[in-house]
Design a protein. Structure first.
Length: 106
């Protein structure tokens, strides 16, 4: 029941070779975020976070080998719809390009 706008770096959408590490674009989230083809609920997000934390502790690594897919659809200026799909190893890239959101209920 909310409209959600994401503040991102355009590289999340266009796979630009170089972009400054800063937010530069607002997009509208047009549907649910999914992980491994399931709607990303708070419970699933918490499980992913716990899996990452457990892998870090057991492997003594900053970047464990936890893999999952994220997919979501966005609308951006120019009447364009994009599906952002980052496969397992690229998921951290989404977080590098995401800077926050604004949500409003109408």
């Amino acid at each position: 029941g909310f409209s959600v706008c994401l503040f991102v770096n355009m590289a999340m959408i266009d796979n630009v070779m170089f972009t400054p590490p800063s937010p530069n674009h607002w997009v509208l989230l047009t549907g649910a975020i999914s992980s491994d083809h399931k709607v990303l609920t708070p419970a699933i997000a918490k499980k992913i976070s716990n899996d990452i934390n457990m892998a870090e502790m057991s492997a003594g690594e900053d970047e464990p080998d936890i893999e999952y897919d994220l997919e979501f659809q966005i609308f951006t200026w120019g009447n364009k719809k994009y599906t952002v799909h980052h496969k397992k190893s690229d998921t951290k890239d989404i977080l590098n390009y995401y800077y926050g959101y604004v949500a409003a209920k109408w």
